[in-house]
Write a protein that binds this ligand. Structure first.
Ligand SMILES: O=C(O)C(=O)C[C@]1(C(=O)O)C=C[C@@H](O)C=C1
Length: 316
């Protein structure tokens, strides 16, 4: 929980999105929550100092990475991730009072939500059309506001009631265990303290377009015993076929092995963007592989310094 006087948080709005549920995990009662129209606008507010933090989705367990977040984080003034939050995802099929299942031909929701419910919808409603909305709650809000060219919305269960909608099903999902991961981003400052159960997020360009370039990049992690919890490619955008890799690595920038990875990546990759070290939401402690604990790096450096005749303290 972040509580430091009157803090301002932007999030993907309007009220009642899954993102709203995520921001309430980190903002205390005194915080001001400011809904944004989309992910880039929420992040822009943090970049420009209009809010202290932006909370946005980054990854869904069914649909994968949220490209708007992955791309916007690395374009423009630097931002860093300060926290991550997990929100279990369950959808309601919401309608205006009086609407029945057989009235539904078009359903509004966020494309990520649609992707998580497509199978259920086909099985229960047959061929209905998806109407893309800027968020799940935006679809519900518009539906509640009056005449629309869609008859239903897929949104979080409590949100349907908040907007005065009826629920025809409160368990719409292709995968009952779906979870979305959200991040809290801010302009660079002090890193969140190392907890021993941390993640570091990076955007890395491959060393070259030669055979083995991806391996060279990955070797920087494996040689230091650093596990990756997510890696996905994103087009750089300048020329066809040029990609950068968005990576979550287990560990904190204060860990010697993560520093060694960063040094290695900086030596062999044309661009390495550091996007923050922060406590992992699972709280699972990272267990260093033999030879990769802080003390191993410090003692090895001391040994080399000794060979050079430098007088340094050797820890082990
Ligand atoms: O539309 C919302 O409610 C959101 O918070 C966005 C979002 C997403 O971008 O993936 C978050 C969780 C769900 O997976 C569906 C949509």
């Amino acid at each position: 929980m972040v509580s430091d006087g009157h803090l301002r948080f932007s999030f993907l709005g309007p009220r009642g999105t899954f993102c709203h549920a995520a921001v309430t995990q980190v903002a205390d009662q005194s915080a001001e929550l400011i809904p944004a129209l989309d992910v880039p606008s929420a992040l822009k507010m943090a970049r420009e100092g209009e809010v202290d933090y932006a909370v946005v989705p980054i990854e869904n367990s069914v649909e994968g990475g949220v490209n708007a977040t992955l791309d916007t984080l690395t374009h423009g003034k630097p931002l860093e991730i300060k926290a991550e939050m997990l929100v279990p995802i369950r959808f309601a099929l919401a309608v205006r009072p009086g609407t029945t299942i057989s009235d539904i031909h078009r359903i509004a929701t966020h494309p990520h939500a649609w992707a998580q419910c497509r199978g259920w919808i086909t099985d229960h409603l047959g061929d209905v059309i998806h109407v893309p909305a800027t968020s799940t709650a935006a679809g519900a809000e518009i539906l509640a506001s009056g005449s629309t060219d869609f008859e239903a919305a897929l949104c979080p269960v409590p949100t349907a009631a908040e907007y005065g909608l009826d629920i025809l099903s409160d368990d719409v999902a292709d995968n009952k265990n779906a979870v979305t991961r959200f991040i809290m981003a801010a302009v660079p400052g002090r890193q969140p303290e190392r907890t021993g159960a941390d993640k570091t997020t990076l955007m890395v360009q491959l060393p070259s377009d030669e055979a083995g370039a991806l391996l060279t990049m990955l070797e920087q992690f494996s040689a230091r015993g650093v596990n990756l919890s997510r890696i996905e490619s994103r087009p750089i955008g300048d020329l066809m076929g040029r990609y950068a890799f968005s990576i979550d690595a287990e560990g904190h920038i204060e860990d010697e092995r993560i520093q060694a990875v960063l040094v290695g990546l900086h030596r062999v990759c044309p661009s390495v963007i550091f996007l923050g070290s922060y406590p992992s939401a699972s709280g699972e402690r990272v267990r260093p592989q033999p030879g990769t604990a802080d003390s191993d790096f410090i003692s090895a450096r001391g040994w080399v310094a000794g060979l050079l005749g430098h007088n340094v303290e050797i820890f082990d």
